[in-house]
Design a protein around this ligand. Structure first.
Ligand SMILES: [Zn+2]
Ligand SMILES: [Zn+2]
Length: 272
């Protein structure tokens, strides 16, 4: 199946510490790939905001994206975004940032637990690392994020699985987290926040989206309507990657529209 409305609402430019390409180059690439709309959502890790100088990169990122948005006007719909990591660890900083910048879309995400490393850096083969406890606490942080609700879409809901199951091959019995996952989903729905289908896992060892089909189906069952989709590209070559597979999965789970955000307001676009 080929889709004409390819929308990628989670990507990183070189204003992110782990991004590799300029906003302008990414826009050129997106046009060449036939992508209709892209949101650049550079990392702003709220728990390390001043320590790691995100106060500066936030401004640089915003203006680079705004410049690209006007340069590509009529050719590519560019949404000015940000990925707020760990917003609930310092809500005043997060709230000040959101109110001072005119973002189109704000992604909410959790990478690391308070005072712990990002799971990306953790060694899950070490038996002293209790990954079930880590996951429980991770979901508790996401629940608090969903309750805070000053973002638009919840990114990569099962992020630690990229490493626990993907990198270290440890199978996780997700039925243990059914209750808290339900609570997160219900809270998102009540607060009219979207759930992101993050397709990065499709090009990593885990080989599935985050969240996966089971959670997406549950979100639909509980009354979820708003979904966004994003490749989480950190390289130009990954722009739009996995979006078509993500659309197929969305359709299979009963969603026929995908949300795009401008001025922090969703518009639902048919998946076609
Ligand atoms: Zn992230
Ligand atoms: Zn990201």
């Amino acid at each position: 199946m080929a889709f004409k409305n390819i929308i990628d609402l989670h990507t990183h430019t070189d204003s992110s510490f782990d991004g590799h390409h300029s906003t302008m180059f990414l826009c050129e690439t997106a046009c060449m790939k036939g992508i209709r709309a892209v949101a650049f959502t550079d990392h702003l890790e709220i728990d390390a905001f001043y320590r790691d100088h995100f106060d500066r990169t936030a401004i640089q990122s915003f203006f680079e994206i705004a410049k690209a948005k006007s340069a590509f006007n009529g050719k590519l719909l560019v949404c000015v975004g940000a990925e707020l990591g760990q917003a609930v660890y310092d809500k005043p900083i997060a709230e000040k940032l959101i109110s001072s910048m005119n973002y189109d879309i704000v992604i909410g995400s959790i990478h690391n637990l308070p005072n712990l490393d990002d799971p990306y850096f953790m060694d899950f083969s070490d038996e002293n690392v209790d990954y079930m406890e880590l996951l429980q606490r991770y979901f508790e942080c996401e629940l608090e994020l969903a309750q805070w609700a000053k973002f638009d879409t919840l990114a990569h809901m099962t992020y630690p699985l990229r490493y626990i199951t993907g990198k270290y091959g440890i199978p996780v019995d997700m039925s243990k987290f059914r209750e808290i996952i339900d609570e997160i989903l219900v809270t998102l729905i009540r607060n009219e926040k979207a759930l992101e289908i993050n397709t990065a896992g499709l090009r990593q060892q885990i080989g599935e989206t985050s969240p996966n089909e089971t959670i997406l189906r549950r979100y639909k069952e509980l009354g979820g309507k708003l979904i966004t989709i994003g490749s989480d590209a950190h390289y130009a070559k990954d722009l739009g990657a996995g979006i078509e597979e993500g659309y197929e999965l969305a359709l299979k789970c009963g969603f026929d529209r995908i949300a795009i955000y401008q001025n922090r307001t969703p518009t639902l676009i048919p998946i076609e």
